[in-house]
Design a protein around this ligand. Structure first.
Ligand SMILES: *[C@@H]1O[C@H](CO)[C@@H](O)[C@H](O)[C@H]1NC(C)=O
Ligand SMILES: [Zn+2]
Length: 286
């Protein structure tokens, strides 16, 4: 469900915050510049103005802020465990890697560009950005008042359209949203009430290791790992992920994520989340 939402918002036209035009040159220096158009400097949680906007928000209450902070810690642990594993030489040839990302076709053993890029932009960058100074804003902001250098979280109320449609969370990148005509000055991650009712990581690991693996849910931390894959300011425009549609459903469960083409596997946000979960679930196994 969350997947559809992410898809909607990752296909938005980019606004003033993300520069265009660097795609022509593929020199490594430019590539690095290109993948970090705006370096985020903080994580914020703020109420976003509700009534006159379709992307209505409520204010996060104290309990929700505490849960969000715990989810951030959990997400960072998952991201660093996965990122660290990818530092190991040959990690791109493991079953876990191939299961979620397909075979790494980089032609030489020591220069795995694909897995290095995934490590940097899909695991290390989200780990870094989620660890930025956390600030709670009391003032209600309009989308055009979002801080371009912040990753802003907000708590959508149950009546919000997407929460009504049973989304868990959604990411909106900076820019003009053609549907609503609203200009988002910064990155917004909206959290629905369901996010705060997510099963804990231990439960999710048990589901993942059980006989109904395809029914594995996301813990709150895993949801953040997923959403961060849509955050352009974090992943850069080369490694941002979408939610790939298979038939008429989003590739969001283990079976669909495993069944994707190799090309889609490394573009699908939930494949990043499942890789992190898999690494974590099998950590002690040696
Ligand atoms: C990544 O972002 C760029 C720029 O918005 C977009 O054109 C591209 O489709 C996105 N890639 C994926 C896999 O979502
Ligand atoms: Zn998504």
């Amino acid at each position: 469900m969350r997947g559809i939402f992410g898809l909607l918002f990752t296909t938005l036209a980019l606004g003033h915050v993300v520069p265009y035009g660097l795609d022509a040159d593929n020199t490594p220096a430019l590539l690095e510049r290109q993948v970090q158009p705006v370096r985020l400097t903080s994580v914020k949680v703020a109420p976003i103005r509700t009534s006159e906007y379709p992307f209505a928000s409520g204010e996060c209450d104290n309990g929700q802020v505490v849960k969000l902070q715990a989810a951030i810690i959990e997400a960072r642990e998952l991201l660093s465990t996965a990122g660290d594993l990818l530092k190991n030489k040959g990690s791109q040839f493991t079953d876990t890697y191939e299961e979620w990302f397909g075979p790494d076709k980089t032609p030489c053993f020591t220069c795995s560009k694909v897995s290095e890029s995934i490590r940097k932009h899909n695991f290390e960058a989200p780990h870094r950005d989620l660890g930025l100074p956390f600030e709670r804003i009391g003032q209600t902001l309009s989308p055009n008042q979002l801080d371009p250098r912040a990753l802003t979280f907000t708590c959508w109320p149950i009546g919000e359209d997407h929460c009504q449609a049973r989304f868990i969370a959604g990411t909106i990148n900076p820019g003009l949203h053609p549907g609503s005509g609203l200009d988002f000055a910064g990155t917004l991650i909206g959290l629905c009430p369901r996010f705060f009712d997510s099963p804990d990581l231990q439960t999710v690991i048990q589901q993942f290791q059980g006989s109904n693996q395809h029914q594995t849910e996301n813990s709150a931390g895993l949801t953040l790992v997923h959403e961060m894959q849509h955050v352009l300011a974090t992943t850069g425009t080369k490694r941002n992920c979408t939610d790939v549609i298979v038939g008429n459903a989003v590739a969001y469960d283990t079976e669909r994520c495993r069944g994707l083409s190799n090309e889609d596997k490394i573009k699908n946000a939930q494949n990043m989340a499942f890789f992190a979960l898999d690494v974590r679930a099998n950590q002690g196994r040696g």
